[in-house]
Design a binder for this molecule. Structure first.
Ligand code: AMP
Length: 595
């Protein structure tokens, strides 16, 4: 084992402690900048992962599988305290990290060398090697192996370091550092200021691996980062669609003589990477979901006729007898680890492909939509369960409207209008005006539902005792990498959904307001939650309010809020940073005047 790298873990811990007590975003970025400058080439990627509470790029889906029980066994071995005693004190301590930090057992080389022998003092690299070894332990004897490795890491650490090791190992790091903040820190360290973050963000959009971007930046500078390309088996961030509030605006915004009006499906966004006979599927959250859809993998192998390709499309539940699509809820039953094959037969899906961004070694991102579509048509042989999105090409508002109405009649959600102009490139990771969605409006004044992040909860009273009476919801603001409150949400939940809330949020509850939240004191909830769950909300309108921080206007001392919000459904396929952005809310507010 090569553990000769420079940075001691205690050095990183000093930074982590500072980050934890910093609520100013700029101060956080400065701290990160200093930390990154100190890193060796083989440490910088690891630092990025650790700061985000991970040990590898999210899409690699590396799981340590270190639940509370296993962690308690490791702690017990490392510090020589009985598991039962630890369990008794856990409730009061609050979490495993706080619990272990209470025991003043000095670092010592443990007797667990059989599994792993980290150096004393512990280094950042050795900790990463150890955690990676825990993740790769599987099969017979893996339980003991996982426990033993974590125990050996904890043994050589100081009580303070142990706190962070346990939190990293159990997936509870919660530093409040988001991807964009980490990129800001990298820009400060290597490019002089956070203004240059956008270059790093573009590369990140293409490879979804912040550690990789950091390594290239440190090694080859900005020119190296600019050379980062879409790569097979590494998901790119999907391009997203904008919304408008009148159909006329579609034509105003998409400056293209002809507009492609495509069917909009209510399913799950899936990016497929075909590498010869190998197919990998990635969700909108960029997690690997290949095992969940063996039927989609089969269809791609049979009907996509090219050596390598990256496809973008929507998987929709499909009724084979009637030839119709089923709602999103039906598709959600396919989210499972077990009995996958049985459910693939019970709930068939159809993969509707709408884009091709890579073909036979060449990225197609910079090609126009008509060119990409033509290329897609060349390689796809449509069949019952895989096809290219249906569309019409409209050159008038009537054309868009009649296709939209036709889609609604056929039970679809709406349409996505796409520019056909020369510059209609695929903009990975951005919500672009080259794509505009138009949905059925559910009779609301707002043209579309919003996807908000639950950031806190107020305890319920009366019939809601024992659960939450309302959830505090927020939009995401990518400029500051922060979440801004926009409404309290108490209506629209069924009894079962209400009952589930305490359990669901128990896992993400934290003692204090996370650093990335912007909330007015008056709106502080009883419980704070880490950003984890996205919910779809229907509101009657966007209004100005002194109570919410979304698009806060310091002079008027007002932000924007949603009136009469109603819960529609959970959006498990969206991550918090994919929620509706504050800028979109500002745009909806601005459009209000036009309706
Ligand atoms: P929304 O989730 O409401 O923001 O709508 C955008 C989503 O619609 C995309 O992220 C896709 O998952 C989905 N979608 C369905 N049909 C299409 C299509 N033809 N083109 C692009 N996106 C589509």
């Amino acid at each position: 084992m090569d553990v000769g790298a420079r940075m001691d873990f205690s050095h990183l811990v000093a930074y982590l402690k500072k980050l934890e007590v910093t609520s100013s975003q700029n101060a956080m970025i400065e701290i990160l900048g200093r930390l990154f400058k100190e890193a060796d080439p083989d440490e910088i990627g690891i630092l990025c992962y650790f700061l985000l509470g991970e040990i590898a790029a999210g899409y690699q889906e590396i799981s340590l599988d270190m639940g509370e029980k296993r962690a308690l066994s490791s702690i017990s071995l490392a510090i020589g305290v009985e598991e039962k005693k630890l369990e008794e004190r856990l409730g009061e301590a609050g979490d495993l990290g706080a619990l272990i930090a209470q025991y003043d057992v000095p670092p010592h080389a443990g007797g667990f060398t059989e599994y792993f022998s980290p150096p004393l003092p512990l280094t950042v690299r050795a900790l990463h090697e150890g955690l990676t070894a825990i993740a790769s332990a599987s099969g017979e004897g893996s339980d003991l192996r996982k426990i033993g490795i974590l125990a050996s890491l904890l043994a050589v650490a100081t009580p303070e370091e142990r706190r962070y090791i346990v939190r990293l190992a159990t997936g509870a790091m919660r530093l409040g550092v988001g991807d964009m903040t980490a990129l800001d820190g990298l820009a400060v360290a290597f490019l002089g200021s956070k203004e240059s973050r956008s270059f790093l963000e573009q590369a990140y959009n293409l490879c979804s691996d912040i550690g990789y971007v950091a390594e290239i930046l440190q090694k080859d500078g900005l020119s190296g980062v600019k050379r980062i390309r879409i790569t097979l088996n590494r998901p790119l961030r999907p391009m997203l669609a904008q919304r408008v509030s009148t159909m006329e605006e579609i034509q105003e915004k998409i400056i293209s003589k002809e507009i492609a009006v495509e069917e909009k499906y209510d399913g799950e966004r899936i990016q497929a990477h075909k590498d010869g006979e190998q197919v990998e599927l990635f969700s909108r959250r960029l997690t690997r979901v290949t095992a969940q859809f063996p039927d989609v993998v089969r269809e791609i192998k049979q009907h996509v006729r090219t050596g390598s390709a990256v496809l973008d499309g929507e998987v929709v539940a499909y009724n084979r007898e009637k030839g119709t699509y089923e709602p999103f809820q039906t598709l959600m039953q396919r989210r499972r680890k077990y009995r996958v094959a049985q459910y693939a037969v019970q709930i068939p899906v159809r993969y509707m492909v709408f884009d091709l961004v890579y073909r036979d070694g060449s990225p197609l991102l910079d090609r126009s939509y008509p060119e990409r579509r033509a290329s897609l048509e060349e390689i796809m042989e449509p069949s019952e369960l895989i096809a290219i999105t249906d569309r019409t090409i409209a050159s008038s508002l009537d054309g868009i409207r009649s296709y939209f109405e036709d889609c609604i009649k056929r039970g679809l959600e709406g349409v996505i209008c796409k520019s056909m102009a020369k510059d209609s490139v695929y903009e990975a990771g951005s919500r672009s005006w080259k794509w505009i969605k138009w949905k059925q409006t559910y009779g609301s004044e707002l043209p579309d539902t919003l996807d908000l992040v639950a950031i806190g909860g107020n305890l319920g009273r009366g019939s809601r005792a024992g659960t939450y009476g309302s959830l505090l919801c927020a939009t995401y603001n990518p400029d500051g990498d922060v979440f801004e409150s926009i409404c309290g949400l108490g209506t629209g939940f069924s009894d079962e959904q209400l009952e589930e809330l305490p359990d669901k949020f128990g896992k993400v509850r934290v003692g204090e307001m996370p650093a990335r939240y912007r909330v007015k004191k008056e709106k502080y909830p009883d419980h704070w939650f880490n950003p984890a769950f996205v919910l779809e909300v229907l509101g009657s309108e966007i209004t100005r309010s002194p109570m919410h921080t979304c698009n806060w206007d310091e002079r008027a001392r007002k932000g924007l809020a949603v009136r009469f919000p109603r819960f529609i459904r959970w959006r498990p396929e969206k991550s918090p940073v994919q929620a509706t952005t504050s800028r979109e809310i500002a745009e909806l507010y601005r459009q209000k005047g036009k309706r």
